[in-house]
Design a protein around this ligand. Structure first.
Ligand code: NAP
Length: 372
C-alpha cells in the first residue's frame, strides 16, 4: 500500500488516496483554532506537500476555524490551479454563523441548501466532490437528508454524498432508503477510529462493507496521544502538544490507564519495527477492514512527512496481534451473543466460521478494492 495507489471509496467509482489530508487546524479563528490552529503559511505548506506526495483527498468542514479552513483551501487550490485533481470533502450541520437562528444549523433541507452555497463561495469552486452530513442532529429524518443530497447531485453542486458521526441504524436507514428509491447512494462514513477508539468495529465496519460505504477515519492518532509524545503524570499527562491545553486530553477523557497501556504496547511494537509510533498507529488503522482512507492531522511539515511514510511497510501478524489485543474494545450486548459457543448451539453444534479457502461472501465487499 502506498500513496501512489488509490482506493475506490465505498460502492462508487471515486478513487481516493489511502491517506487523506485533514484541515481542521487550518487557521486560527474560532475557539479551537485559537488553541490548535496553524497560520496560513504553515497550512499552505502542508497542503502543497500533501499533494506533491501524490495525495488527492482533502477533508474540511464549514465548522472548522469558523470557515477559515474552507477559505484557505479555496485560495490554495486557486494558487495551484489543479482543483480537478483534488477530491474535496466538506461537511455541514453546525450553526457557526447565525446564533439564535434554529434553521441555520442542523441537518434539514433548508440548512443543507444554505450551507452548501456558503461552502462553495468560501472554497471558490462550483462543485464539492464529497458532501457529508457532519453530525446527527437527532431530529431530521434520514429520508429528508438523502433526498436533498440527491437534489444537490442533480444540480451539479456535489458529486457524492456521505455521513459522519451518526448512529449505525440511521446510516442503514438512509442507505436502504436511497437504494429503494434510486436516489444518490451514500459512499462514505466518516468516523473516529484509532487504536484508542475502536467502538465502531461492532456495528460500522460490517455495515460499511455490506452497504457499500467506505470508512474514512478521523483522529487516527487519538489527537496526538499515539505519537508517544505524552507521558502520564500526577493528575494527567505531560508533553508538548494540543492535548496539553484548555481543551486537552484530560477533558476529552484520553488520559486513562487503558490508553496508557495501549501507548506502551505501541511503543514496543514501533521499536521492533524501527518505525515511529505515529507511523505504526496510522498503518494499523489504514489496514483495518472497511477503511477507505485515513484522515491525517499534522501541525507542521515534519509531522506530515513522517505520517505520509506510514504505509511504506507492513505490520507482521505477530506484532499486529499484540496491538489488537492491547486495544481490544469491550464487546457490548448483543455482540457478546455472537461469539462461537453461542453460534455452535445455534447451528446444532455443526462447525461454523470455517469457510473453505477462496470463499468470498456473496454480499458486496468492495470498499477496499484497489486500483492503480
Ligand atoms: N468528522 C468529524 O467529526 C471529525 C472530527 C475530528 C477531526 N476530523 C477530521 O480528521 C482530521 C484529523 O483529525 P486529528 O487532527 O484529530 O487527527 P490525529 O492524527 O488524531 O491528530 C493530529 C495531531 O496529532 C499531532 N501529531 C500528528 N502527527 C504527529 C507526529 N508525527 N508526531 C507528533 N505529533 C503528531 C499533532 O498535534 P500537535 O499540535 O499536538 O502537535 C496533530 O495536529 C481533521 O483535520 C479533520 O479533517 C473529523
Amino acid at each position: 500500500m502506498s500513496m501512489s495507489h488509490y482506493y475506490l471509496l465505498g460502492r462508487s467509482g471515486l478513487r481516493v488516496s489511502p491517506l487523506s489530508l485533514g484541515t481542521m487546524t487550518f487557521g486560527k479563528e474560532g475557539p479551537l483554532g485559537g488553541i490548535w490552529g496553524s497560520t496560513e503559511d504553515v497550512a499552505r505548506t502542508l497542503f502543497n506537500r500533501y499533494l506533491d506526495a501524490g495525495g488527492n483527498s482533502v477533508d474540511t468542514a464549514d465548522l472548522y476555524t469558523h470557515g477559515t479552513s474552507e477559505t484557505l483551501l479555496g485560495k490554495f487550490m486557486e494558487e495551484r490551479g489543479d482543483r480537478d485533481r483534488i477530491v474535496l470533502t466538506t461537511k455541514y450541520t453546525y450553526n457557526s454563523t447565525r446564533p439564535g437562528d434554529p434553521n441555520a444549523g442542523g441537518n434539514s433541507r433548508k440548512n443543507m441548501m444554505r450551507a452548501v452555497e456558503a461552502s462553495l463561495r468560501r472554497l471558490r469552486t462550483d462543485y464539492i466532490d464529497l458532501y457529508l452530513l457532519h453530525t446527527w442532529d437527532r431530529i431530521t429524518p434520514a429520508e429528508e437528508v438523502v433526498r436533498t443530497f440527491d437534489d444537490l447531485v442533480r444540480a451539479g453542486k456535489i458529486r457524492y454524498a456521505g455521513l459522519s458521526d451518526v448512529p449505525s441504524w440511521y446510516a442503514a436507514r438512509a442507505q436502504t432508503w436511497a437504494e429503494a428509491h434510486a436516489l444518490t447512494p451514500l459512499i462514505n462514513l466518516q468516523l473516529q477510529y484509532s487504536l484508542v477508539e475502536r467502538s465502531l468495529e461492532h456495528e460500522f465496519s460490517p455495515l460499511a462493507q455490506t452497504l457499500g460505504m467506505g470508512i474514512t477515519a478521523w483522529s487516527p492518532l487519538g489527537m496526538g496521544l499515539l505519537s508517544g509524545k505524552y507521558r502520564p503524570s500526577e493528575g494527567g499527562a505531560q508533553g508538548d502538544g494540543r492535548l496539553i491545553s484548555a481543551v486537552g486530553g484530560q477533558q476529552l477523557g484520553l488520559f486513562t490507564e487503558r490508553n496508557w497501556r495501549i501507548v506502551t504496547v505501541l511503543e514496543q511494537v514501533a521499536k521492533e519495527l524501527g518505525k515511529d509510533m505515529s507511523q505504526v498507529a496510522l498503518n494499523w488503522v489504514a489496514t483495518q477492514p472497511g477503511v477507505g482512507s485515513v484522515i491525517l492531522g499534522a501541525s507542521n511539515p515534519s509531522q506530515l512527512d513522517g505520517n505520509l511514510a506510514a504505509l511504506d511497510f507492513s505490520i507482521p501478524a505477530g506484532l499486529r496481534r499484540q496491538l489488537d489485543e492491547a486495544s481490544a474494545p469491550p464487546v457490548p450486548f448483543p455482540h457478546s451473543m455472537f461469539s462461537n459457543p453461542y453460534q455452535l448451539d445455534l447451528h446444532g453444534k455443526a462447525a461454523v466460521g470455517d469457510k473453505p479457502a477462496g470463499y468470498t461472501s456473496p454480499v458486496f465487499t468492495g470498499t477496499a478494492a484497489r486500483v492503480g
